[in-house]
Design a protein around this ligand. Sequence first.
Ligand code: BV8
Ligand code: ZN
Length: 251
Amino acid sequence: MDLDALDTLAARMRSAAAIVVLTGAGISAESGVPTFRGQDGLWRRYSAAELATPEAFSRDPDLVWQWYRWRRSLIGRAIPNPGHLSLARLQERAARFDLVTQNVDGLHQRAGSAAVIELHGNIWRSRCARGCGFVLDETTPAAGSELPGEGGAAPACPCGALLRPDVVWFGEPLDEGRIDLAVRAARNCDVFLAIGTSALVYPAAGLPLIAAGAGALVAEINVDDTPLTPHAGLVLRGKAAEMIPAIEARL
Ligand code: BV8
Ligand code: ZN
């Protein structure tokens, strides 16, 4: 663990008026939720083109639902790890602290984080595929209901159309409000932490670059190099569940 980098980052966070954190699948890895591109990556067994696109859904909605129900069953058994919990405590202490996530697993909220900006939606919500406005939120499965199995056909909306997971697929635009909030926060922060993201998926991956362009210190917490690494002012090589508490201990 690079103690100098930790001390430097903690010092800058202590004097920061505004902190932004962007998380990716890597922060949930230690909760047992597979990442998208790691060696155990979700995409390894399935290609993103196959499953996380509107074309895949219109071609085979049942297959897409099987994948999402499988992921819900994994996430339903996962618990927030020390990285999630430490971020929730940091939010309490900082003057201004915006948590932006690419994850759809809802673990930040379960760890106690508030006002989480979920750029890519949330796996526990479904919405009408035709756009009638119906939304089903299963964040807290009804007591006694067993976790969704992997089988079963795509669920139907009361209007008769299909329901789809309320997530953003490749080729789909992000919710204007959410991405605008995140861009505004990135433009106006002193410290930007990019945690557990491969920095490949846009527009999320553009946020740390916006922050750097606006003069913020960008720190990357990751077990590997990413395309962001050369642009980061500080690189903390290590696991999020260890690194974030180590930073918190220095604040
Ligand atoms: C859009 C929701 C336009 C669904 C997801 C070329 C250039 C630029 C852009 C594009 C391009 N070609 C295509 C595009 C657009 C595309 C894109 O960026 N593609 C990439 C692949 C090139 N983007 C889009 O399509 C976006 N929409 O651009 O719309 C538009 C505008 C108007 C009108 C129409 C269209 C939508 C993107 C959203 C896609 N949805 N998820 C679901 O989850 O099922 S993205 C998916 O990838 C997940 O959300 C995931 O979070 C996200 C990013 O991945 P990461 O979170 O970074 O996870 P990953 O596994 O990749 O990396 C994990 C990292 O953690 C690794 O670095 C690893 O080292 C590290 N790690 C592992 N363990 C740990 C750790 N770090 C710390 N501690 C550990 N223990
Ligand atoms: Zn409907």
